[in-house]
Write a protein of this length. Sequence first.
Length: 339
Amino acid sequence: MASRHDILSDLEVSDSGAANLSDSDAASVIDPEARAYLNWLQALGLPPLLEQGVEEARRQNRMRAPMLAGEPEPVASIEDIRVPGPRGSIGCRIYAPVRGESLPALLYLHGGGWVLGDLDTHDSVCRALARRAGCVVLSLDYGLAPEHRFPAPLEDAWAGLVWLHENAAAIGADPNRLAVGGDSSGGNLAAVLARWVRDRNGPPIAAQVLIYPVTNFDLDTPSYRTAGAGFGLTRESMRWYWEQYLTDPGDGASPDASPLRARDFGDLAPALVITCELDPLASEGSAYAAALGAAGVPVEHIHEAGMIHGYIRMAGVIGRAQKSWDDCARFLRRELQGL
């Protein structure tokens, strides 16, 4: 297993052929640590997701997670539990920064294209948000595709939010100060939950944190054309993820799969939307932030220049992850605690 030193040492070697970055106009603006990570990733020589298959892709994802995450931040308590779901119990992990207080709470939904990821791959993110935002974090291990296709992960996420609201006091949380959040496909689920809360008269939420979210089933946006290859997440990877998630391609038109296609964005919780310059999802994330703002929803949109998709769980090799942890924490403290 490579170390942070191994990856960052790539900054000192030739760039020739590294993700074709030397042939790209973006090569001069990409974050140096992100560039070193991409060089290292290319050197692994992994086949495309289509050739890896689901189980091998999951194994690779789990195997690399600890090194990418870096040193875990301490929190007062961590507990693995199971909560009721529509297809049986769902695994969850509760992070509490302190004991004996009634704190705001965040339901966190991990990324991974609805196919990859689990409680462990995003442990570093949840620890950091709990500690830095001063909130309880409930990380949900929702069912993954293709075993659990759309809308099954959404239904699991909804069950997790309902459970959190109904059982908040038992885990040291305040049911009146809840937020939803997630990265990538988890950001997709969180965005839909925020609308379901309004439309289903569900548990009230005070904030939504959407980190480079998937918001539209459209592989031909401006950012797909400029950053759809060579920067980690690719157009072909996203095509594969969507194929695993959707039972029928027509489902992609549903606002529950593509929240950008919703008819009404009004009366939703205040949102933080983080997008990355060198991410195929940048255009749809920016469009979603704009749609919320146009509907009168308070929105903070942070666009990370020179950054690539997936970095939020890579603090061990990409230091800007910690900056974004702080951005999320600041937003959550403001919306949930008025700080």
